[in-house]
Design a protein around this ligand. Structure first.
Ligand code: NAG
Ligand code: NAG
Ligand code: NAG
Ligand code: NAG
Ligand code: NAG
Ligand code: NAG
Ligand code: NAG
Length: 763
């Protein structure tokens, strides 16, 4: 090779080539054989597909780098599908290892038993994040004064972080253990005792508890302090305000309390202040405007109160300001929002703000989401709102706004509007009629329209038929008269329709059974899965979750949704005056999860086709005039979690299935001619007259049926068990995981919110 080159290349090139080949020759023969065998035994200990580690020179192996003496310095193998349990043992022999990145693999086992940590005397960077490692931490970090960065996040580590852990780790700048199960107190004295140079500390998503002890004020370079989603309690230690290098403080979802100190304004380069879902109280510091670099101010779900300080307007770099679920008060129109030129999300939901809808908001040209619901605001929506070109989420419910017709004529020209909730605002006005709206192609991006609890009179307006993107329509609790228009069935995206608590008459239009999102899997697959700019809060009886086991009328928790697509496809017509029978075409709505037809004037029999709704979880036809038998095919609805046919004129036996018999007898009551489990009255043959005779007949029949009966029950049990409990079990695990993360926040929010909403609704 060299000889060939010698002949072909001019001398300048030859020199360069020789020079570089001398270096590479050096490396080739320098791969340290001890390190090579350590690496090989590491890889042999894994059960994953082998890496391409075949050549002699381990320094050229994938993910491996060496120093000039052939010692392995870097092992960089993130996301390589590595699986295995005792990796640390052999890697511990790589005495010159400087950089170890095994993140995003499936390594399990624990670190505490091994000598791995104590022998890596040169390790500077350790990234084991996103694995399945567990156990407690060893007594101290590897390589003491060399270590600079440690990331153990998203594993299954537990236990306390030993006080000796950071001993002599003087050059540690970044330490993350988020998303594990660590407990005990967070090592907030880290700068005092060992690592004064720390820049990033992330303890979030663990079970740390107790107070945050003073100490962080000694951190001369601390930029990021995250400890959200733990059980931390008590006050914020005063000395944290000495850490003037702080750029991010995120402590959401803990039990911290007390007032926010005025000294927080010392942290002038702070960009993120996230204290949401705690128990902070008192007023915002009057000088909060000195935090002029703040981009995110997330103080929602606390007990903060008082006026918003006027200096807040000096936080001109704010992108998101979320103060929902607090007790702030004062005239909102006194706040000049016009300086918030970067503001993208403003959430003031559930406070006690008064005054007119602030017109200065309309000059925040970056706004994408505004939520002012559950306050005491007055006034009308002004045409200037149209200058908010990116406005996609607008929620103004539970206020005392007026002129809904004017509002709709303006808002339909908001080109980006996706989410519009005016629930319990504009109360008692007329339903915005078609005049001036129906000819216009407005609301072309609207996916959610909530006009519930408005007590609007009038009919369902035709302009709704033009909302081609509409997925969610809530007209719950108005004074709507007239019938359900057949064009509703043509709305191409609609999958959630609530017309409950109105005075709607006429029949169930069979055209409604064509709703493409509920009838066609192909259409449903095109559902917009984009997230909402702000989470939506839904509670019964407004909304029902696809993934809850709660009964529509009995669960008292609202849920938080970041995606509309997570709502259960539903039709609610509860409490109207709808008559006639259920069209047999109902069987087309195969993707429907919830059908609520209770408290109407329906008559006729319950059509057999209803059993085509294989996804149905909730079926309520109570308090109607349905007659005839329950279709036997109902037994095949495997997902049914809630069922109510009470107070009709149904007759005959209740079909046998694991579901139907599992419901409380009360859901069948008020149908004197229904019989069989779970009702106490047994089924008797219709023609039987004399007691003896009948008993005899029954015995005969039973005698015949016994084998079949047992077989079908057995089969029903097996199929039913996995059909019903299988999915439930999956869902439960999933829900459990979600609730672990969200539950704490939600429970608190929802209790406050529900109480307030109930109070408002009563008034
Ligand atoms: C394995 O590595 C050698 C050299 O290191 C290379 O020549 C070979 O193509 C690699 N094989 C695969 C399958 O990547
Ligand atoms: C480890 O590798 C992942 C994936 O390439 C990377 O995102 C991460 O920053 C690396 N960790 C360190 C500490 O360099
Ligand atoms: C630790 O950091 C100091 C200064 O930042 C540096 O002089 C020293 O070499 C570092 N120690 C190691 C072992 O890297
Ligand atoms: C806003 O900042 C300016 C300049 O720093 C200052 O003069 C003014 O007083 C501040 N406004 C408020 C309300 O704090
Ligand atoms: C209702 O709003 C429209 C549009 O802003 C406006 O033209 C009309 O005057 C308003 N009506 C009343 C009664 O204020
Ligand atoms: C039906 O709605 C009316 C009017 O909203 C209400 O008075 C009545 O109590 C409701 N009935 C049921 C059973 O919910
Ligand atoms: C069934 O419907 C009746 C009438 O609407 C209602 O009173 C009852 O609470 C319902 N039962 C269940 C379990 O939902």
């Amino acid at each position: 090779m060299l000889v060939q080159v010698d002949h072909l290349m001019p001398h300048g090139f030859l020199f360069i080539f020789l020079f570089s080949s001398i270096i590479s020759t050096n490396i080739i023969h320098a791969c340290n054989q001890t390190d090579r065998s350590s690496l090989l035994s590491f890889i042999l200990s894994l059960s994953s597909p082998p890496l391409n580690w075949t050549s002699l020179d381990c320094c050229h192996w994938e993910g491996i780098s060496c120093n000039h003496d052939g010692w392995v310095t870097d092992v960089d193998l993130p996301s390589k599908g590595l699986k295995g349990g005792n990796f640390p043992l052999s890697l511990g022999n790589l005495t010159h290892l400087r950089y170890l990145n095994l993140s995003h693999n499936s390594l399990y086992g624990s670190l505490d038993q091994s000598t791995f940590f104590s022998s890596l005397n040169n390790l500077e960077i350790l990234d084991l994040s996103y694995n399945l490692l567990s156990g407690e931490l060893p007594d101290s970090l590897p390589s003491r004064n060399m270590i600079r960065m440690v990331d153990l996040s998203s594993n299954h580590f537990y236990g306390v972080i030993p006080s000796s852990f950071f001993q002599e780790a003087r050059n540690l700048t970044s330490f993350s253990v988020s998303n594990n199960t660590f407990s005990g107190s967070i090592p907030s004295t880290i700068c005092l005792h060992s690592s004064p140079l720390i820049k990033l500390l992330d303890f979030s998503l663990n079970k740390f508890s107790g107070n945050i002890s003073p100490g962080l004020g000694q951190c001369l370079q601390l930029q990021v302090f995250h400890a959200g989603y733990n059980n931390l309690s008590g006050l914020l230690p005063e000395d944290i305000y000495n850490a003037t290098t702080l750029e991010q403080i995120a402590l959401p979802a803990n039990s911290l309390y007390g007032a926010m100190s005025d000294r927080i304004v010392n942290l002038t380069i702070l960009t993120i202040l996230d204290l949401n879902s705690n128990g902070f109280s008192g007023m915002l510091p009057a000088n909060i405007g000195k935090l002029s670099n703040l981009k995110l101010m997330l103080l929602y779900a606390n007990k903060l109160e008082g006026l918003l300080p006027s200096s807040l307007m000096n936080c001109t770099k704010l992108i998101e300001l979320s103060l929902r679920f607090n007790n702030f008060e004062g005239d909102i129109s006194a706040i000049n929002f016009s300086r918030f030129s970067q503001l993208s999300k403003l959430d003031l939901m559930n406070n006690n703000f008064t005054g007119m809808l602030p017109t200065s908001l309309y000059s925040c040209k970056s706004l994408k989401a505004i939520r002012l619901s559950i306050n005491h605001l007055k006034g009308q929506i002004q045409p200037e709102i149209l200058s908010l070109k990116y406005l996609s989420f607008l929620s103004l419910g539970f206020n005392s706004l007026t002129n809904v017709t004017g509002a709709m004529k303006i808002l339909m020209r908001c080109e980006s509007l996706v989410f519009l909730s005016l629930t319990s605002s504009f109360v008692g006005e007329d339903m915005p009629s078609d005049e001036g709206i129906v000819e216009f192609d407005g609301f072309q991006k609207l996916r959610l329209l909530d006009l519930s609890h408005c007590e609007f009179s009038g009919q369902i307006p035709v302009w709704l038929s033009k909302l081609k993107k509409l997925e969610f329509l809530n007209l719950f609790h108005n004074r709507i008269t007239g019938s359900i228009p057949s064009w509703l069935g043509t709305l191409p995206r609609l999958f959630y329709l609530d017309l409950s608590f109105n005075q709607i008459s006429g029949e169930f239009p069979k055209e409604l059974c064509r709703l493409p999102m509920l009838a066609s899997e192909q259409t449903a697959a095109q559902l917009d899965r984009g997230y909402l700019e702000l989470p939506m809060f839904a509670s019964i009886p407004l909304i029902l979750a696809k993934d809850t086991n709660y009964n529509f009328l009995s669960y008292a928790h609202a849920l938080q949704y970041n995606y509309l697509s997570h709502l259960a496809p539903s039709i609610f017509l509860y409490n109207n005056s709808i008559s006639g029978s259920i069209p047999t075409e109902i069987g087309r709505l195969q993707l429907l999860h919830v059908l609520y037809l209770g408290v109407n004037n329906f008559s006729g029999s319950i059509p057999d086709q209803i059993s085509n709704l294989k996804n149905l979880e909730i079926l309520d036809v109570s308090v109607n005039h349905f007659s005839g038998k329950l279709p036997a095919s109902l037994a095949s609805l495997n997902f049914l979690k809630s069922f109510n046919v009470s107070y009709n004129n149904l007759e005959g036996p209740i079909p046998r299935s694991t579901q139907l018999q599992s419901f409380n007898a009360s859901v069948f009551e008020g149908n004197p001619k229904l019989c069989g489990a779970p009702l106490p009255n047994e089924c008797r043959t219709i023609n039987g007259v004399g007691g003896d005779n009948k008993n005899h007949q029954d015995e005969d029949q039973n005698g015949h049926q016994i084998p079949w009966f047992y077989i079908s029950v057995l089969l029903g049990f097996i199929i039913g068990f996995w059909g019903v409990f299988g999915p439930l079990m999956v869902k439960k695990t999933w829900r459990y995981a979600c609730f672990q993360a969200l539950g704490k926040v939600q429970d608190r929010l929802i209790t406050v919110w529900m109480t307030r909403m109930q109070r408002r609704l009563r008034n």
